[in-house]
Structure formats: structure tokens, C-alpha cells
Write a protein that binds this ligand. Sequence first.
Ligand code: NAD
Ligand code: HSO
Ligand code: ZN
Length: 433
Amino acid sequence: MQLIYEPPRKQWLELTSRPAQDPARLEKVVKPILEKVKRNGDMALRKFALEYDHVELDDLFVTEEELLASADQVGEELKAAIHVAKENIEKFHLAQKESPITVETMSGVVCQRKSIPVNRVGLYVPGGTAPLFSTALMLGIPAKIAGCKEVIIASPTDSMGQVNATVLYVAHLLGIKKILKIGGAQAIAAMAYGTESVPKVDKIFGPGNQYVTAAKQMVSRDTVAIDMPAGPSEVLVFADKHAEPSFVAADLLSQAEHGADSQVILVTSSKRMVDSVAQEVERQLATLPRKAMAAKALENSRTIYFEDKITAMDYINMYGPEHLILALKDADKYAEMVENAGSVFIGNYTPESAGDYASGTNHTLPTNGWARAMAGVSVDSFVKKVTFQKITPAGLQLLGPSIEAMAAAEKLDAHKMAVTLRLQKIKEGTNEL
Ligand SMILES: NC(=O)c1ccc[n+]([C@@H]2O[C@H](COP(=O)([O-])OP(=O)(O)OC[C@H]3O[C@@H](n4cnc5c(N)ncnc54)[C@H](O)[C@@H]3O)[C@@H](O)[C@H]2O)c1
Ligand SMILES: N[C@H](CO)Cc1c[nH]c[nH+]1
Ligand SMILES: [Zn+2]
């Protein structure tokens, strides 16, 4: 990890950079994949499965037998853990359901806002280097709570053409039956454009590697909405002298192990912590099965020392981490100062992995600084907030003159006419409509 002491503000922007992702290079790889799927449909999906996932697929979708058989392949202990997570995620997401709001803005003028589910949604469950069945929970639960009518999951298979059994177990638990055995940019293209066998969806959700994320961003310029760019994982740990170095190191490594293009940042107000965390990272890294990937991610990562904690918070808000851990004595006070972060973990006993799996919050979160403007997945992401209005003749008599004056001032006479004709009818007393 690169070590920086007290960087001046003019250097901060540079210190918000993520591991170099060359957009031109990504576009060069991803664009032809999108175009080929758009043009050649299922045939292209089969070809890309062979090229990238080394598998010859007969069925593009998981069969009912495969789905039902998944329960036998998941151990009882894991099933119990999944049930705990499911309950917590359901509780937290159910509480996000909003009742319609109705406001009579003027007498006879009633405005309403109501959440209506997005009809057809596609959920991407990553499966390249590790099948993230937890993502199936994080996306499937809010989709079901929102009331989406059609839900498809896409996830890459192993070299035997099987989607991970735990992903299938979770899908079955949530009542999701359509599971596409395709990963990467090609899965995003299939759901965005539709193919002979894959229905086109209205919105695509889910995290993924840089190819998946670039594909989501590219198709969203075209025909489909997306949740947000949820790319390579990140964590920023803000630790003071009271933090426990072994906890901090484990938290940093937990996101470094996601992939070589992950980034982890330690911000600290303690010089002692700089060294003790570095030693712990070295010690723990050596024990990890994914140490090669984590070590690569650490090369993209930084330790930054700020003596003043308020200055440190300013930097953190500028960085906008996907995950922010406040390993501070007065963590609650600093939590109040958070402006930009995907999800915040308060205090020394709140590991980031709690949010990844089971506390109840969603783990599909904005990366690459998008937390400065966007929030992670929630029930809100699966609904459109549609407004309604209803005006009585008496209401239009009250409001109409204001509309007419504004329309005239914008020189939009048809807008004015739409009011004037109605007001005339009311005046004539022939408004029996
Ligand atoms: N931000 C979030 O909320 C969040 C949550 C979970 C995971 N993640 C991230 O998701 C990612 C998961 O990545 P993954 O790779 O394990 O699985 P993945 O499912 O995202 O990607 C695997 C697919 O990538 C495609 N691919 C691989 N190499 C390619 C290449 N050179 N060119 C074109 N396509 C290629 C293949 O088709 C493969 O099926 C990690 O980066 C992790 O950090 C982010
Ligand atoms: N940390 C990831 C989000 O960036 C989510 C995840 C899934 N499994 C483990 N972690
Ligand atoms: Zn994680």
C-alpha cells in the first residue's frame, strides 16, 4: 500500500483515483460483445460462454430439476445462515416500502405520489472468481418486496455448465425460476436487448467486474435502465489510535480479496496504526487462499495519515468510498459528518462483511466515487415513483389563472388554451363532464 503523510488539499483529487480502468480499452472489448448479442442472439451467447467461461451450453436456462436439486447440495449450516441473512434483509427492506403520499395543494387540487414496481427486472449475480450467492439475496429480496412481475437472474456457470448450487438454492427460496446461465457483458446484453430465449427487461441490477459494469453503463445509453455502476469492491477504514490493528487489517483484506482491481484505503490519525496495520496485513495476507488477488489489489491501495480527524473526514467525503468503516472511539460523532459513502459501518465491532452478508443492509453499492451522487440498491431502486393529480372544476377556477399567466409568458398558447377552454365551460355552466 502506498503511504502518504498529510497530503495537501491540492493533491486530494489525485488521491481519489481508483485502479486505472482504461474506458477506451473496456469499450473496445465490451462493445463488440454487445453488438454480437444484439445481432446474433442465443448463438452469440453460446459462443461467448465457450470463449470466456469455457463451457458448451445446451440449455441457456437452468432447468426445473437443477433448481430443485440445489437444496440437496447445500449444507444445513449454510442453509441456516442464509435464513438468518434473509430474515434480516427482508426486515430492513420491508421497512423501506413507502405508502402513497397525497397532498391537497390548493382547494380542489389533489396531488399524489405512488410507488409502482418496475415490471421486468434482470439481476446479475457475479460468478467469475467466486459465486456470490449473497448477491441473489440482496437483489431478489427487494425485487420481490417491490412487487416486480418478472424477475430473471443471470450468472455464469462453472466449466461443467452448472450455476453454483447455492445461487440456485437462494433463487428457489425467493421463488425466482428464470435463471440464465450466462455471465459477463454478454449476460447484460441479453437482458438489455432480449434474444430468442431471453426476454428483454426494463432495468438491470447488480454488481460485477469491470466488463459487467462497463456493459451496464453502455446499454443504459440505449434501451434499458440500470441501478448504478457497482464495480470492483472498495473499502475505506478510518482508524484512530484506539482501533484494533488486526480488525482493521482484516477489513482491508476482506475487500482486497474480491479482485485484483479492488481498492482499499486506510485513513488514520495515528502514526502507530500505520505500522501496526501494515504488519497485520502482511501476516493475515499470507494465510488467505486468494492472497495473489488480494496482494495485487493492495498494490492499488493507500494508507493516508492525517493528524486532524476533521480534515480526514473532508478527504473521505471527497473520495466517496463504497464502504466506510469508522474504527474510532467517537465513531457516532464522525458518522454524522458522512456526506459521501455507499454504506457506513460504525465502531470497532461492525465489520464490513456484516453488510456483505447478513446485517440487513444491501451490499450492491456504488463504487468508483459514484457514492458522491448515488445510493446503493434498495426497494426504491425497483419502483418508479409516479405522480398523479386530480383537479375539480372549482380547483381549476382557483389554479387556472396562474397556469394561463405562466403559459402566456412562455408563449405556449396551446398550454394556455387547455385551461381557458375548460374555464369557459365552467363559466357557461355546461361542465357536466
Ligand atoms: N460494488 C458492489 O456492490 C459489488 C458487490 C459484489 C461484488 N462486486 C465486484 O464484482 C466483481 C465480481 O467479478 P468476477 O470476475 O468474479 O465475476 P463476474 O460475474 O462479474 O464476471 C465474470 C464474467 O466476466 C467475463 N470476463 C472475464 N474476463 C473477461 C475478459 N477479459 N473480457 C471480457 N469478459 C470477461 C466472463 O464472461 C465471466 O463470465 C468483483 O470485481 C467484485 O469486487 C461488487
Ligand atoms: N463486498 C461486496 C460488495 O462490494 C459484496 C460481497 C458479496 N460477498 C462478499 N462480499
Ligand atoms: Zn465483500
